[in-house]
Design a protein around this ligand. Structure first.
Ligand code: ADP
Ligand code: MG
Length: 232
């Protein structure tokens, strides 16, 4: 069993509550929630433990397994009874006027895809950390995970090549994806600026520049340029 907990009165406990609330709706790749309790000022959640290691986004076979898991996870839609934030609410405020509606969709999205959230045991993939579940278009998860690949050292071109094999991305509306790129770049700029103001240790320049580079790649692709190998 794997136990996650936090002081019940800390702001971060909210994400633990969100994760527990969405647990009944999660795809098969996610460990099951076994129990949750609040006692002595603590909030604890007990999950099936995955005996696995973190994905390495630099390793081709890990990338293959991650993408296959992502594709399966994308089959899960948000049931009507689940209350999760929508992508329109989350990224709409950063989008160009009226463009936020383009992020709408029925898929239950994992919006983090950090390598530590993708646990590999042989060919089996466990996807943990559903603290930011979001309802939206399937390609959003691809976009966000491609940014993770770039953080792991991939070029934008190689991240595009990886993402293009997933139908939701390949067939996604290019206008919507471009609008999302603009929104994410703004969101990350805002987060980085706030972090810099607070004097936090987050590297302020990196997240916005990844988002901008990726957006640049998409624009090349829309303009008829090759998405592969020419944009960095
Ligand atoms: N069910 C689980 N089984 C095994 N290890 C887990 C499980 N859930 C989380 N972990 C481990 O704990 C780490 C942190 O958990 P996570 O849910 O990603 O929270 P956060 O990233 O917010 O700290 C993961 O990267 C993983 O190594
Ligand atoms: Mg995590």
């Amino acid at each position: 069993m794997f136990v996650k907990g936090d002081r019940a009165d800390r702001a971060q406990a909210v994400s633990l509550r969100r994760e527990a609330a969405v647990a009944p709706h999660l795809p098969a790749a996610a460990p099951r929630l076994l129990w949750q309790l609040e006692a002595g000022g603590w909030l604890l959640t007990g999950w099936e433990a995955a005996a696995a290691r973190h994905a390495d986004y630099g390793a081709p076979h890990n990338l293959f397994l991650t993408r296959r898991a992502m594709q399966r996870v994308q089959d899960v839609l948000v049931p009507p009874e689940a209350t999760v934030l929508s992508a329109v609410e989350q990224w709409g405020p950063y989008a160009d006027e009226g463009a936020g509606e383009l992020f709408d969709g029925p898929v239950l999205l994992h919006t983090v895809w950090a390598p530590g959230d993708v646990l590999l045991a042989g060919r089996q993939v466990h996807v943990v950390d559903w603290a930011w579940p979001t309802r939206g278009a399937g390609w959003i998860a691809l976009y966000l995970s491609a940014l993770r690949l770039m953080e792991a050292g991939h070029t934008a071109a190689s991240a595009v090549e990886w993402a293009l094999k997933v139908p939701s991305w390949r067939d996604g509306d290019a206008t919507a994806i471009r609008a999302f790129g603009a929104a994410v770049a703004r969101e990350r700029q805002r987060i980085a600026t706030r972090a810099a103001v607070r004097g936090s240790c987050m590297r302020p320049s990196r997240p916005p520049s990844y988002a901008s580079t990726w957006r640049f790649t998409l624009e090349r692709r829309d303009a008829g340029g090759s998405a592969i190998g020419t944009c960095q």
